[in-house]
Design a protein around this ligand. Structure first.
Ligand code: ADE
Length: 250
């Protein structure tokens, strides 16, 4: 990155704690450390013309070589997967987060401006897996925010990072459904009550209610996810009824 400070939040909260307890190791590298001119230049005009600036290949090549060499000493035989945040990458999702959480070593190349000279990625791809990753169908100013999001989504899946592993099971995007709504005390607030079933102590009823809420909410907010859920579940008559009530038409 040319903005190491952008990645300062990685010292905070669960990720910071995971780093301090040795569950994950993380290092931030300043791209400008790999320049050799007085102005520490990292960009230049796009070949072929057009708006904006493109990141020059030399500092990126040196930076990637450095990260590979530094890490290889500690993990003989292991190569990182290079993730390149970009709006033209493959869409990041929970399935990809799980996949990345299974890898030993991830490296991120955070581009700015109009992007990184394509030869950097072609060159790196001869030595390591390279994947362009997009956070979503919108454009950020650079890869740092996307890297933060990917790192947070991946690191929280590592064993021991989230204290209560059960909280990873029924959350949004696990099993294709969104999470059910949650409540806490007080039982009554501004005239609004916590749903009665949640105070019943009847675990099966609570579980059934939560499942219905997940299904309803997903049908309402993210009907696109229901098809994936249906591909893995034969809906009960009750589930069909709920989907129909929420206006889902398959
Ligand atoms: N860089 C700029 N926009 C981006 C996006 N949507 N996802 C990932 N990286 C980006």
């Amino acid at each position: 990155t040319i903005f190491p400070e952008y990645l300062a939040p990685l010292e905070l909260s669960l990720i910071g704690k995971a780093r301090r307890s040795g569950l994950v190791e993380l290092a931030v590298h300043d791209l400008r450390d790999f320049t050799h001119d007085r102005h520490r230049t990292v960009d230049d005009a796009p070949a072929g013309g057009g708006a904006g600036m493109v990141m020059r290949p030399e500092p990126w090549g040196e930076a990637i070589d450095h990260v590979l060499a530094a890490g290889a000493g500690e993990r003989p035989g292991v190569v990182p997967t290079l993730l390149v945040p970009s709006p033209s990458g493959r869409r990041f999702d929970q399935a990809m987060a799980h996949e990345l959480a299974g890898l030993d070593w991830l490296a991120f190349a955070c581009g700015r401006y109009e992007g990184i000279d394509e030869r950097v990625l072609d060159d790196a791809a001869e030595r390591l897996p390279v994947r362009a990753v997009s956070l979503g169908d919108y454009v950020l100013n650079g890869g740092e925010v996307a890297a933060l999001a990917v790192i947070e989504a991946v690191v929280r899946l590592l064993p021991g990072v989230v204290g209560n592993a059960e909280s990873l099971v029924e959350e949004s995007h696990e099993g294709h459904l969104l999470e059910y709504p949650v409540y806490t005390r007080p039982a009554s607030w501004r005239g609004r009550e916590v749903p009665e079933v949640l105070s019943s102590g009847h675990h099966a009823n609570v579980a059934a209610w939560r499942h219905e809420q997940r299904l309803r909410r997903t049908a309402r907010r993210r009907p696109d996810l229901i098809a994936a859920w249906l591909a893995e579940h034969e809906p009960t008559p009750r589930e069909r009824e709920l989907l129909a009530e929420e206006g889902w038409v398959g």
